[in-house]
Structures are given as structure tokens and as C-alpha cells.
Ligand binder design. Sequence first.
Ligand SMILES: [Zn+2]
Length: 294
Amino acid sequence: MFMTGTVGLFANTAAFLLGLTCGSFLNVVIYRLPKDGLSVTKPRRSFCPSCRNQIFWYDNIPFLSWILLKGRCRFCHAPVSFRYPLVELTAGFLSLFVFQTEGLSFRYFFSLYFVLALTAIAFIDLELMVIPDILVRPTILLGLFSALATPYPPMMGDYLWLGLIKAGWNARLISLTGSIGGLVLGYLLLFMTAVFYKAWRGQNGLGDGDPPLLGLIGAFLGWIAIFPVLFLATIAALLSVAVLMAIGRFPRGSKQVASQPVPFGPFLALAALAWYFYGHSILNWYISLFAAEF
Ligand SMILES: [Zn+2]
């Protein structure tokens, strides 16, 4: 659904601002969740990580405050990481794009949660090389629930979806089947890869959090997304390592490369976003090449 005119402008602005606000909370999640003893809700007010002073509400306005304070703390003038406005802007634009994809519907809110969870996971993995279960597990449950609550044809692939509908299947059942299929396929695929890699090389080739993350992506996007997302993420990760090597930011030599950990989570998250926004149309285009034969 694409809204135009004044109503559309208002709705799109609202979606952007909602995302920006969520991004502000996302920064709290990214900073506090992986650290033991720091709750997301307590203390309620944000504080400066350097001087521990509480941040005034007017210094905590997403993106704007960072610009106005020129990226520094009001009290101790310690630089405030560019990650904060970056996460906020990312969340704002993601919310806008999800809104333009889904329109004002329950699926907008489900999908918004999904893309924001991916954003948090990507930033946490990038910084700390962990993917917190406490973030992944509830998101998997929400993915299964959203499939049941708002039947979603891309979950199964439109073509198969139509076939099953014609065969008399219930739409919710097809959607949930696609979601559970994605969860199981995504999890098992990376879990088995990790097991085989360990048996072969005698060391961990994947993080513990990567199989559940691909499972989560499958729970939201359906089994049909698993192979393209894994393929895209692998290509993106290899390209990034190649670029880092070329500019001398990554150790050369096969031994060092094998032992140098690269977080895979951000690449899975990026690939999932790409598939969420474009996969559906690419898949339909691809199938239309053969559809005449069916
Ligand atoms: Zn400070």
C-alpha cells in the first residue's frame, strides 16, 4: 500500500518518527543487553557511559541531540559514539520502508519488530561477537505468532501458496507451516555446518548464535528465504574479508585467516533485510520465466 497526498505524507512521517524513537530504545538494548547487571528498563533514564551523569530528556532526542551537542556529552565532553545516531537513523528509515511495504496493518508492527531486532543483533555481534539468546528466542516466537496471526503468502512462496490454497488448505496453516519450516531449516542448516566444520578442522567455524539467528530469519520470512539469505550473506562476508585484506585491515595468510573471527550475524541480518524488501519480487520474476510451462 502506497499512500499519497497529505495523509500519505503524515503517515510516512509518523512511521519515520516511530522508527527514530524505537532506534533510541535500540541503542539502550545494544548497550545494556549484552552486559550483565544492566537492565534495559532500570535505570529508566539514560546515562553517559563516561561520567555516569543522567542525560536530560532534551539531550536525548533521537539524532537531533547528537547533532546539537556535536557528538559530545554535555557534562564531561567525552565523545558520544557515532553508533547512536547511526542506529537511530537506520531504525527510522527501516520503519519508513517497512510501512511503505506493509501499509498500516498488524504486519507493519510485526515486521518492524523483526527488522529492528535484526539491527540490534547486527550491531551487538559486530561489537562483541555474541548474539544474545535473550533477544533471539522471543523474536522467534513472535515470528511464529505473526505467521499464524497474519497469513503471509511470501512465507511459502506465492506459487506454492496458491497451489495449496487451491488444494483446500487453510491460509493460516500454510503460513505457519512455512514459518516453522524456515525455523527448522535455518537452524539445522547452520547447526550441521558448524558440527561438520568442527569435525573437519577441529575448531569452531561459526558462532553459537548463528544457527538460531538463521532460524529466526526463517521463522519470519519462511523456508523459501533460507537458501538465498545464506548465499547472499556468505558472498557479502567473503567480499568484506577480501576488501579488508586489500586495504590491509585483515591478516593475510591462510592460517591467520582461518583463526581470525569474523562476525557472521551482521551479514545474515543484511541479507535477510535484502530478501524481506526485494526477495518476493525477485522470486516472482524468476518463477514467471518458467510459469508458462506450468
Ligand atoms: Zn559524560
